[in-house]
Design a protein around this ligand. Structure first.
Ligand code: GLN
Length: 518
Protein backbone atom coordinates (compact mmCIF):
# COMPACT_ATOMS: atom_id res chain seq x y z
CA UNK A 1 0.00 0.00 0.00
CA UNK A 2 1.20 3.49 -0.78
CA UNK A 3 1.89 5.52 2.34
CA UNK A 4 0.27 8.93 2.68
CA UNK A 5 3.71 10.56 2.70
CA UNK A 6 4.39 9.24 -0.81
CA UNK A 7 1.41 10.97 -2.38
CA UNK A 8 1.70 14.23 -4.29
CA UNK A 9 -0.55 17.18 -3.43
CA UNK A 10 -2.98 16.61 -6.32
CA UNK A 11 -3.60 13.01 -5.24
CA UNK A 12 -3.99 14.06 -1.60
CA UNK A 13 -6.59 16.70 -2.54
CA UNK A 14 -8.55 14.06 -4.50
CA UNK A 15 -8.50 11.58 -1.60
CA UNK A 16 -9.37 14.24 0.96
CA UNK A 17 -12.25 15.52 -1.16
CA UNK A 18 -13.57 11.98 -1.65
CA UNK A 19 -13.50 11.49 2.13
CA UNK A 20 -11.09 8.53 1.85
CA UNK A 21 -8.72 10.12 4.31
CA UNK A 22 -8.89 12.98 6.81
CA UNK A 23 -6.64 16.02 6.94
CA UNK A 24 -5.66 14.95 10.45
CA UNK A 25 -4.48 11.53 9.20
CA UNK A 26 -2.43 13.18 6.46
CA UNK A 27 -0.79 15.59 8.90
CA UNK A 28 -0.13 12.87 11.49
CA UNK A 29 1.57 10.67 8.85
CA UNK A 30 3.93 13.50 7.92
CA UNK A 31 4.63 14.45 11.54
CA UNK A 32 5.46 10.80 12.28
CA UNK A 33 7.98 10.71 9.46
CA UNK A 34 9.52 14.00 10.58
CA UNK A 35 9.83 12.63 14.13
CA UNK A 36 11.48 9.51 12.72
CA UNK A 37 14.13 10.91 10.39
CA UNK A 38 14.56 14.67 10.71
CA UNK A 39 16.42 14.94 14.00
CA UNK A 40 13.79 16.97 15.89
CA UNK A 41 12.92 16.81 19.56
CA UNK A 42 9.35 15.57 18.96
CA UNK A 43 7.72 16.83 22.07
CA UNK A 44 5.48 19.76 23.05
CA UNK A 45 3.51 22.16 20.86
CA UNK A 46 6.52 23.23 18.78
CA UNK A 47 9.23 20.66 18.03
CA UNK A 48 12.71 22.14 17.86
CA UNK A 49 15.56 20.77 15.77
CA UNK A 50 18.26 19.14 17.86
CA UNK A 51 21.35 21.35 18.33
CA UNK A 52 23.80 21.00 15.43
CA UNK A 53 26.32 18.97 17.46
CA UNK A 54 23.63 16.45 18.43
CA UNK A 55 22.39 15.86 14.89
CA UNK A 56 23.54 12.61 13.34
CA UNK A 57 24.67 11.79 9.81
CA UNK A 58 21.35 9.92 9.46
CA UNK A 59 19.19 12.98 10.14
CA UNK A 60 17.80 14.97 7.22
CA UNK A 61 17.50 18.21 9.30
CA UNK A 62 15.00 19.86 6.98
CA UNK A 63 13.15 21.65 9.78
CA UNK A 64 14.32 24.24 12.29
CA UNK A 65 10.92 24.18 14.02
CA UNK A 66 7.86 21.97 13.58
CA UNK A 67 4.58 23.60 14.60
CA UNK A 68 3.03 20.23 15.45
CA UNK A 69 0.18 21.36 17.67
CA UNK A 70 -0.93 24.17 15.34
CA UNK A 71 -0.75 21.83 12.33
CA UNK A 72 -2.93 19.21 14.06
CA UNK A 73 -5.44 21.87 15.14
CA UNK A 74 -5.57 23.31 11.63
CA UNK A 75 -6.14 19.84 10.16
CA UNK A 76 -8.95 19.12 12.66
CA UNK A 77 -10.56 22.43 11.78
CA UNK A 78 -10.45 21.58 8.06
CA UNK A 79 -12.03 18.16 8.75
CA UNK A 80 -14.83 19.79 10.77
CA UNK A 81 -15.50 22.38 8.08
CA UNK A 82 -15.50 19.69 5.40
CA UNK A 83 -17.97 17.58 7.35
CA UNK A 84 -20.20 20.64 7.74
CA UNK A 85 -20.17 21.16 3.98
CA UNK A 86 -18.39 24.51 4.22
CA UNK A 87 -16.36 25.73 1.23
CA UNK A 88 -12.63 24.94 1.54
CA UNK A 89 -9.50 26.33 -0.10
CA UNK A 90 -7.99 24.70 -3.22
CA UNK A 91 -5.25 22.80 -1.31
CA UNK A 92 -7.30 22.03 1.80
CA UNK A 93 -5.49 19.65 4.13
CA UNK A 94 -2.22 19.44 2.18
CA UNK A 95 0.86 19.79 4.44
CA UNK A 96 3.60 22.27 3.54
CA UNK A 97 7.06 23.23 4.78
CA UNK A 98 7.79 26.98 4.93
CA UNK A 99 11.28 28.44 4.54
CA UNK A 100 12.35 30.22 7.72
CA UNK A 101 12.76 33.53 5.88
CA UNK A 102 8.99 34.12 5.76
CA UNK A 103 7.12 35.16 8.87
CA UNK A 104 4.39 33.20 10.52
CA UNK A 105 2.79 35.12 13.35
CA UNK A 106 3.91 33.91 16.78
CA UNK A 107 6.48 31.42 15.44
CA UNK A 108 10.20 32.33 15.67
CA UNK A 109 11.82 33.31 12.36
CA UNK A 110 15.60 32.85 12.34
CA UNK A 111 16.61 33.07 8.65
CA UNK A 112 19.20 30.44 9.53
CA UNK A 113 21.04 33.11 11.53
CA UNK A 114 21.96 33.74 15.16
CA UNK A 115 21.25 37.45 14.64
CA UNK A 116 17.49 36.86 14.76
CA UNK A 117 17.60 34.43 17.68
CA UNK A 118 14.63 35.02 19.97
CA UNK A 119 12.68 37.17 17.51
CA UNK A 120 9.02 36.22 17.29
CA UNK A 121 7.28 38.02 14.42
CA UNK A 122 3.99 39.67 15.42
CA UNK A 123 2.57 39.33 11.89
CA UNK A 124 2.09 36.93 8.98
CA UNK A 125 3.88 37.32 5.65
CA UNK A 126 1.40 37.81 2.81
CA UNK A 127 2.52 34.42 1.47
CA UNK A 128 1.59 32.83 4.81
CA UNK A 129 -1.83 34.48 4.66
CA UNK A 130 -2.44 33.11 1.16
CA UNK A 131 -1.44 29.63 2.34
CA UNK A 132 -3.90 29.78 5.20
CA UNK A 133 -6.66 31.01 2.90
CA UNK A 134 -5.97 28.01 0.64
CA UNK A 135 -6.26 25.76 3.74
CA UNK A 136 -2.70 24.51 3.29
CA UNK A 137 -1.45 23.08 6.61
CA UNK A 138 1.93 24.56 7.50
CA UNK A 139 4.05 21.91 9.28
CA UNK A 140 6.89 24.21 10.28
CA UNK A 141 9.87 26.34 9.29
CA UNK A 142 12.72 24.98 7.20
CA UNK A 143 16.48 25.26 7.39
CA UNK A 144 18.38 27.58 5.04
CA UNK A 145 21.72 29.21 4.41
CA UNK A 146 22.06 32.20 6.71
CA UNK A 147 19.99 35.12 5.33
CA UNK A 148 19.60 33.02 2.13
CA UNK A 149 23.26 33.45 1.18
CA UNK A 150 24.65 30.21 -0.16
CA UNK A 151 24.12 27.25 -2.46
CA UNK A 152 24.39 24.29 -0.08
CA UNK A 153 22.60 25.12 3.23
CA UNK A 154 25.99 24.72 4.92
CA UNK A 155 25.93 28.42 5.86
CA UNK A 156 23.03 27.78 8.26
CA UNK A 157 23.96 28.66 11.84
CA UNK A 158 22.02 25.53 12.87
CA UNK A 159 23.89 22.88 10.87
CA UNK A 160 23.36 21.73 7.28
CA UNK A 161 20.39 19.87 5.84
CA UNK A 162 21.23 16.59 4.12
CA UNK A 163 20.22 15.48 0.64
CA UNK A 164 17.69 12.59 0.81
CA UNK A 165 19.40 11.00 -2.23
CA UNK A 166 22.67 10.64 -0.34
CA UNK A 167 22.86 11.89 3.23
CA UNK A 168 26.56 12.73 2.82
CA UNK A 169 25.70 15.30 0.12
CA UNK A 170 24.22 18.79 0.19
CA UNK A 171 20.63 19.44 -0.91
CA UNK A 172 21.70 22.73 -2.53
CA UNK A 173 20.71 26.10 -1.18
CA UNK A 174 19.77 28.44 0.09
CA UNK A 175 16.31 26.78 0.37
CA UNK A 176 17.92 23.41 1.16
CA UNK A 177 15.61 22.60 4.08
CA UNK A 178 12.52 23.06 1.90
CA UNK A 179 14.00 20.84 -0.82
CA UNK A 180 15.03 18.19 1.70
CA UNK A 181 11.52 18.19 3.20
CA UNK A 182 9.80 17.51 -0.14
CA UNK A 183 12.39 15.06 -1.52
CA UNK A 184 12.53 13.21 1.83
CA UNK A 185 8.71 12.80 1.92
CA UNK A 186 8.39 15.00 5.01
CA UNK A 187 5.93 17.26 3.13
CA UNK A 188 4.43 17.12 -0.37
CA UNK A 189 4.89 20.86 -0.86
CA UNK A 190 7.26 23.57 0.32
CA UNK A 191 7.86 27.27 -0.13
CA UNK A 192 11.36 28.55 -0.79
CA UNK A 193 12.79 31.87 -1.91
CA UNK A 194 15.00 32.51 -4.90
CA UNK A 195 17.31 35.54 -5.20
CA UNK A 196 19.88 34.04 -7.57
CA UNK A 197 18.80 30.41 -7.79
CA UNK A 198 17.87 29.36 -4.26
CA UNK A 199 14.73 27.48 -5.34
CA UNK A 200 15.88 26.17 -8.72
CA UNK A 201 19.32 24.85 -7.72
CA UNK A 202 18.13 22.87 -4.65
CA UNK A 203 15.21 21.54 -6.73
CA UNK A 204 17.74 20.34 -9.31
CA UNK A 205 19.97 18.69 -6.71
CA UNK A 206 17.09 16.84 -5.02
CA UNK A 207 15.04 15.78 -8.06
CA UNK A 208 12.14 18.19 -7.56
CA UNK A 209 10.20 20.82 -9.44
CA UNK A 210 11.01 24.30 -8.14
CA UNK A 211 9.90 27.62 -9.62
CA UNK A 212 10.91 31.25 -9.31
CA UNK A 213 7.88 33.28 -10.39
CA UNK A 214 8.11 36.53 -12.38
CA UNK A 215 9.63 39.12 -10.03
CA UNK A 216 6.90 41.17 -8.38
CA UNK A 217 4.08 38.65 -8.72
CA UNK A 218 4.50 37.14 -5.24
CA UNK A 219 4.42 39.60 -2.35
CA UNK A 220 7.66 40.17 -0.41
CA UNK A 221 5.75 41.51 2.60
CA UNK A 222 7.02 39.47 5.55
CA UNK A 223 9.93 38.00 3.57
CA UNK A 224 13.12 38.99 5.44
CA UNK A 225 15.02 40.93 2.76
CA UNK A 226 18.35 39.76 1.32
CA UNK A 227 18.44 41.57 -2.06
CA UNK A 228 15.09 43.28 -2.49
CA UNK A 229 15.23 43.74 -6.26
CA UNK A 230 15.77 39.99 -6.74
CA UNK A 231 14.06 38.13 -3.84
CA UNK A 232 11.03 36.11 -4.83
CA UNK A 233 9.17 33.28 -3.06
CA UNK A 234 8.04 30.22 -5.00
CA UNK A 235 7.01 26.57 -4.85
CA UNK A 236 8.76 23.22 -4.43
CA UNK A 237 6.80 20.09 -5.39
CA UNK A 238 7.26 16.57 -6.76
CA UNK A 239 5.18 17.26 -9.88
CA UNK A 240 4.85 20.20 -12.26
CA UNK A 241 1.10 20.41 -11.68
CA UNK A 242 1.55 20.58 -7.89
CA UNK A 243 4.11 23.37 -8.31
CA UNK A 244 1.78 25.33 -10.61
CA UNK A 245 -1.12 24.94 -8.19
CA UNK A 246 0.96 26.14 -5.25
CA UNK A 247 2.36 29.10 -7.17
CA UNK A 248 -1.20 30.07 -8.18
CA UNK A 249 -2.17 30.17 -4.51
CA UNK A 250 0.57 32.64 -3.50
CA UNK A 251 0.62 34.87 -6.60
CA UNK A 252 -1.41 38.07 -6.21
CA UNK A 253 -0.98 41.83 -6.21
CA UNK A 254 -0.24 43.21 -2.74
CA UNK A 255 -0.40 46.95 -1.95
CA UNK A 256 1.90 46.30 1.03
CA UNK A 257 4.81 45.47 -1.31
CA UNK A 258 5.84 48.52 -3.37
CA UNK A 259 7.38 46.28 -6.08
CA UNK A 260 4.27 44.13 -6.44
CA UNK A 261 3.13 44.19 -10.08
CA UNK A 262 -0.46 45.32 -10.62
CA UNK A 263 -0.86 43.30 -13.84
CA UNK A 264 -3.07 40.22 -13.62
CA UNK A 265 -1.03 37.00 -13.65
CA UNK A 266 -1.98 34.38 -16.25
CA UNK A 267 -3.89 31.26 -15.20
CA UNK A 268 -1.17 28.68 -14.55
CA UNK A 269 -3.20 25.52 -15.06
CA UNK A 270 -5.72 26.34 -17.83
CA UNK A 271 -3.23 25.52 -20.61
CA UNK A 272 -0.96 23.18 -18.67
CA UNK A 273 -1.76 20.20 -20.90
CA UNK A 274 -1.51 21.96 -24.27
CA UNK A 275 1.84 20.37 -25.14
CA UNK A 276 4.88 21.81 -26.93
CA UNK A 277 3.95 21.05 -30.55
CA UNK A 278 5.11 23.99 -32.66
CA UNK A 279 6.87 25.82 -29.83
CA UNK A 280 10.41 27.12 -30.29
CA UNK A 281 12.74 25.97 -27.50
CA UNK A 282 15.83 28.21 -27.35
CA UNK A 283 19.08 26.64 -26.19
CA UNK A 284 21.28 29.30 -24.63
CA UNK A 285 24.78 29.02 -26.10
CA UNK A 286 26.42 30.72 -23.13
CA UNK A 287 24.73 28.52 -20.49
CA UNK A 288 26.29 25.17 -21.36
CA UNK A 289 29.62 23.69 -22.30
CA UNK A 290 32.73 24.40 -20.27
CA UNK A 291 32.35 23.89 -16.52
CA UNK A 292 29.23 21.70 -16.75
CA UNK A 293 29.74 18.13 -15.55
CA UNK A 294 29.61 15.49 -18.33
CA UNK A 295 26.60 13.78 -16.71
CA UNK A 296 24.75 17.09 -16.62
CA UNK A 297 25.64 17.81 -20.26
CA UNK A 298 24.44 14.35 -21.35
CA UNK A 299 21.10 14.69 -19.56
CA UNK A 300 20.67 18.15 -21.12
CA UNK A 301 21.40 16.85 -24.64
CA UNK A 302 18.83 14.08 -24.10
CA UNK A 303 16.30 16.68 -22.95
CA UNK A 304 16.70 18.61 -26.22
CA UNK A 305 16.08 15.41 -28.21
CA UNK A 306 12.97 14.79 -26.14
CA UNK A 307 11.61 18.25 -26.98
CA UNK A 308 12.15 17.59 -30.69
CA UNK A 309 10.38 14.24 -30.42
CA UNK A 310 7.48 16.05 -28.80
CA UNK A 311 7.11 18.32 -31.83
CA UNK A 312 8.95 21.41 -30.64
CA UNK A 313 11.69 23.10 -32.64
CA UNK A 314 15.01 23.47 -30.88
CA UNK A 315 16.83 26.66 -31.85
CA UNK A 316 20.17 28.04 -30.67
CA UNK A 317 19.99 31.50 -29.08
CA UNK A 318 22.65 33.77 -27.64
CA UNK A 319 22.60 35.87 -24.48
CA UNK A 320 25.90 37.65 -25.14
CA UNK A 321 26.07 39.25 -21.68
CA UNK A 322 25.07 36.13 -19.70
CA UNK A 323 28.74 35.34 -18.87
CA UNK A 324 28.79 38.61 -16.89
CA UNK A 325 25.71 37.59 -14.93
CA UNK A 326 27.63 36.00 -12.09
CA UNK A 327 29.96 38.96 -11.37
CA UNK A 328 27.04 41.42 -11.77
CA UNK A 329 24.88 39.37 -9.38
CA UNK A 330 27.69 39.09 -6.82
CA UNK A 331 27.87 42.91 -6.72
CA UNK A 332 24.16 43.80 -6.89
CA UNK A 333 23.04 41.20 -4.31
CA UNK A 334 25.69 42.01 -1.66
CA UNK A 335 25.15 45.76 -2.18
CA UNK A 336 21.46 45.43 -1.43
CA UNK A 337 22.24 43.05 1.44
CA UNK A 338 24.66 45.48 3.06
CA UNK A 339 21.85 48.02 3.21
CA UNK A 340 19.08 45.58 4.20
CA UNK A 341 21.10 43.94 6.98
CA UNK A 342 21.88 47.29 8.66
CA UNK A 343 18.58 46.88 10.54
CA UNK A 344 20.08 44.05 12.61
CA UNK A 345 21.73 46.29 15.17
CA UNK A 346 20.94 44.68 18.52
CA UNK A 347 18.18 47.21 19.17
CA UNK A 348 15.24 46.21 17.04
CA UNK A 349 15.31 42.44 16.49
CA UNK A 350 16.65 39.27 18.05
CA UNK A 351 20.16 39.02 19.44
CA UNK A 352 21.83 41.68 21.59
CA UNK A 353 25.36 41.44 22.99
CA UNK A 354 25.68 44.11 25.69
CA UNK A 355 28.64 46.51 25.72
CA UNK A 356 29.42 49.88 27.39
CA UNK A 357 28.39 52.13 24.48
CA UNK A 358 25.67 51.80 21.87
CA UNK A 359 28.21 51.62 19.08
CA UNK A 360 30.17 48.87 20.84
CA UNK A 361 26.89 47.04 21.43
CA UNK A 362 26.08 47.24 17.68
CA UNK A 363 29.53 45.93 16.77
CA UNK A 364 29.56 43.13 19.36
CA UNK A 365 26.05 42.03 18.35
CA UNK A 366 26.89 41.94 14.65
CA UNK A 367 30.24 40.23 15.24
CA UNK A 368 28.55 37.47 17.24
CA UNK A 369 25.30 37.27 15.26
CA UNK A 370 26.49 37.02 11.65
CA UNK A 371 28.44 34.11 10.18
CA UNK A 372 31.48 34.46 7.88
CA UNK A 373 29.62 34.43 4.53
CA UNK A 374 27.20 37.15 5.64
CA UNK A 375 30.09 39.28 6.91
CA UNK A 376 31.88 38.79 3.57
CA UNK A 377 28.80 39.97 1.65
CA UNK A 378 28.30 43.00 3.91
CA UNK A 379 31.92 44.04 3.33
CA UNK A 380 31.77 43.48 -0.45
CA UNK A 381 28.45 45.33 -0.69
CA UNK A 382 29.54 48.25 1.49
CA UNK A 383 32.70 48.62 -0.57
CA UNK A 384 30.79 48.46 -3.88
CA UNK A 385 28.45 51.23 -2.73
CA UNK A 386 31.08 53.46 -1.16
CA UNK A 387 31.99 56.85 -2.53
CA UNK A 388 34.72 56.55 -5.17
CA UNK A 389 33.85 52.90 -5.94
CA UNK A 390 30.11 53.19 -6.63
CA UNK A 391 30.55 53.98 -10.34
CA UNK A 392 33.12 51.25 -10.89
CA UNK A 393 31.19 48.49 -9.12
CA UNK A 394 27.52 48.96 -8.28
CA UNK A 395 26.68 51.24 -11.20
CA UNK A 396 28.60 49.10 -13.66
CA UNK A 397 26.88 45.95 -12.39
CA UNK A 398 23.50 47.66 -12.74
CA UNK A 399 24.30 48.49 -16.37
CA UNK A 400 25.28 44.89 -17.04
CA UNK A 401 21.98 43.86 -15.50
CA UNK A 402 20.11 46.04 -18.01
CA UNK A 403 22.09 44.52 -20.89
CA UNK A 404 21.19 41.01 -19.72
CA UNK A 405 17.49 41.93 -19.56
CA UNK A 406 17.79 43.30 -23.12
CA UNK A 407 19.53 40.09 -24.26
CA UNK A 408 16.54 38.11 -22.97
CA UNK A 409 14.04 40.39 -24.72
CA UNK A 410 15.90 39.85 -27.99
CA UNK A 411 16.18 36.07 -27.47
CA UNK A 412 12.45 35.77 -26.84
CA UNK A 413 11.84 37.11 -30.34
CA UNK A 414 13.30 33.90 -31.79
CA UNK A 415 12.27 31.42 -29.06
CA UNK A 416 9.14 30.95 -26.94
CA UNK A 417 11.07 29.67 -23.92
CA UNK A 418 14.78 29.23 -23.18
CA UNK A 419 16.41 26.18 -21.63
CA UNK A 420 19.71 25.32 -19.95
CA UNK A 421 20.95 22.96 -17.28
CA UNK A 422 19.86 24.39 -13.90
CA UNK A 423 23.18 23.71 -12.21
CA UNK A 424 26.58 22.83 -13.65
CA UNK A 425 26.98 20.10 -10.99
CA UNK A 426 24.91 17.35 -9.38
CA UNK A 427 24.70 17.23 -5.57
CA UNK A 428 28.20 17.52 -4.13
CA UNK A 429 29.60 16.20 -0.87
CA UNK A 430 29.11 18.07 2.40
CA UNK A 431 32.16 20.21 3.10
CA UNK A 432 33.67 19.94 -0.39
CA UNK A 433 33.09 23.59 -1.40
CA UNK A 434 32.88 25.43 1.92
CA UNK A 435 36.52 26.53 1.93
CA UNK A 436 36.29 28.26 -1.45
CA UNK A 437 33.56 30.94 -1.80
CA UNK A 438 34.12 31.23 -5.54
CA UNK A 439 33.58 27.49 -6.09
CA UNK A 440 30.29 27.89 -4.22
CA UNK A 441 29.25 30.96 -6.25
CA UNK A 442 29.89 29.08 -9.52
CA UNK A 443 26.87 26.87 -8.74
CA UNK A 444 24.70 29.86 -9.65
CA UNK A 445 26.14 30.53 -13.11
CA UNK A 446 23.03 29.32 -14.98
CA UNK A 447 20.39 30.63 -12.58
CA UNK A 448 21.43 34.27 -11.96
CA UNK A 449 20.74 35.63 -15.49
CA UNK A 450 16.97 35.03 -15.14
CA UNK A 451 17.09 36.53 -11.63
CA UNK A 452 18.74 39.73 -12.88
CA UNK A 453 16.15 40.02 -15.67
CA UNK A 454 13.20 39.29 -13.34
CA UNK A 455 11.79 36.63 -15.68
CA UNK A 456 10.14 33.42 -14.48
CA UNK A 457 12.30 30.28 -14.41
CA UNK A 458 11.84 26.78 -13.08
CA UNK A 459 13.82 23.60 -12.66
CA UNK A 460 12.46 20.12 -13.17
CA UNK A 461 14.10 16.68 -13.20
CA UNK A 462 15.69 15.78 -16.53
CA UNK A 463 16.96 12.35 -15.47
CA UNK A 464 19.80 10.95 -13.43
CA UNK A 465 23.57 11.14 -13.81
CA UNK A 466 26.35 9.26 -12.04
CA UNK A 467 28.05 11.26 -9.28
CA UNK A 468 31.45 12.38 -10.67
CA UNK A 469 33.14 11.22 -7.45
CA UNK A 470 31.27 7.90 -7.13
CA UNK A 471 29.89 6.15 -10.21
CA UNK A 472 27.72 3.83 -8.05
CA UNK A 473 25.56 6.75 -6.96
CA UNK A 474 22.96 8.12 -9.38
CA UNK A 475 21.85 11.70 -8.72
CA UNK A 476 19.20 13.96 -10.24
CA UNK A 477 19.95 16.52 -12.96
CA UNK A 478 17.78 19.64 -13.30
CA UNK A 479 16.54 21.22 -16.52
CA UNK A 480 15.92 24.98 -16.36
CA UNK A 481 13.07 26.52 -18.35
CA UNK A 482 12.96 30.33 -18.62
CA UNK A 483 9.99 32.28 -20.03
CA UNK A 484 9.24 35.92 -20.83
CA UNK A 485 7.98 38.23 -18.07
CA UNK A 486 4.53 37.19 -16.82
CA UNK A 487 4.55 34.04 -18.97
CA UNK A 488 4.86 31.68 -16.02
CA UNK A 489 1.95 29.79 -17.63
CA UNK A 490 4.07 28.95 -20.68
CA UNK A 491 6.97 27.84 -18.46
CA UNK A 492 4.71 25.37 -16.61
CA UNK A 493 3.12 24.15 -19.84
CA UNK A 494 6.51 23.27 -21.36
CA UNK A 495 7.61 21.65 -18.10
CA UNK A 496 4.43 19.56 -17.88
CA UNK A 497 4.86 18.17 -21.41
CA UNK A 498 8.47 17.26 -20.64
CA UNK A 499 7.60 15.63 -17.31
CA UNK A 500 4.78 13.52 -18.79
CA UNK A 501 7.07 12.21 -21.51
CA UNK A 502 9.93 11.48 -19.09
CA UNK A 503 7.33 9.51 -17.19
CA UNK A 504 8.69 8.96 -13.71
CA UNK A 505 8.77 10.76 -10.40
CA UNK A 506 12.37 10.51 -9.27
CA UNK A 507 12.74 9.14 -5.76
CA UNK A 508 15.90 8.82 -3.71
CA UNK A 509 17.59 5.45 -4.08
CA UNK A 510 21.04 4.18 -3.16
CA UNK A 511 23.12 3.11 -0.21
CA UNK A 512 23.04 6.50 1.60
CA UNK A 513 19.52 7.53 0.59
CA UNK A 514 16.65 7.98 3.02
CA UNK A 515 14.11 5.16 2.97
CA UNK A 516 11.18 6.17 0.74
CA UNK A 517 9.10 2.98 0.95
CA UNK A 518 7.15 4.34 3.90
N1 GLN B 1 23.51 31.14 -4.11
C1 GLN B 1 23.16 32.50 -4.35
C2 GLN B 1 23.75 33.37 -3.26
O1 GLN B 1 24.39 32.85 -2.43
C3 GLN B 1 21.67 32.65 -4.44
C4 GLN B 1 21.01 32.71 -3.13
C5 GLN B 1 19.53 32.89 -3.23
O2 GLN B 1 18.94 32.75 -4.30
N2 GLN B 1 18.95 33.26 -2.11
O3 GLN B 1 23.57 34.55 -3.23
Amino acid sequence: MTALTQLDAGTLVARLTAGEVSAREVVDAHLARIAEIDGVVADGPVWAAAPADELGAEHTHAFLAVTAEAARAHADDIDIRRAAGEPLGPLAGVPLALKDVLTLRGVPTTCGSRILEGWVPPYDATVSQHLRRADVVVLGKTNMDEVAMGSSTENSAYGPSRNPWDLDRVPGGSSGGSATAVAGLLAPLAIGTDTGGSIRQPAALTGLVGAKPTYGTVSRYGLVAFASSLDQAGPFARTVEDAARLQAVIQAHDPRDSTSVPDPVPDLTAHLRDGVQGLRIGVVTELQGEGYEPGVAAAFAAALERFERLGATVVEVSLPHAPYGLPAYYLVAPSEASSNLARFDGVRYGLRVDAPTAEQMNAATRAAGFGPEVKRRIMIGTHALSSGYFDAYYLQASKVRTLIAEDFRAAFRSADVLVSPTSPAVAFGLGTKTADPLAMYLNDVATVPASLAGIPALSLPAGLAPAPDDSDTALPVGLQIMAPLLRDDLMFRVAWAFEQDLGFVPRPTGPRAVEVGR
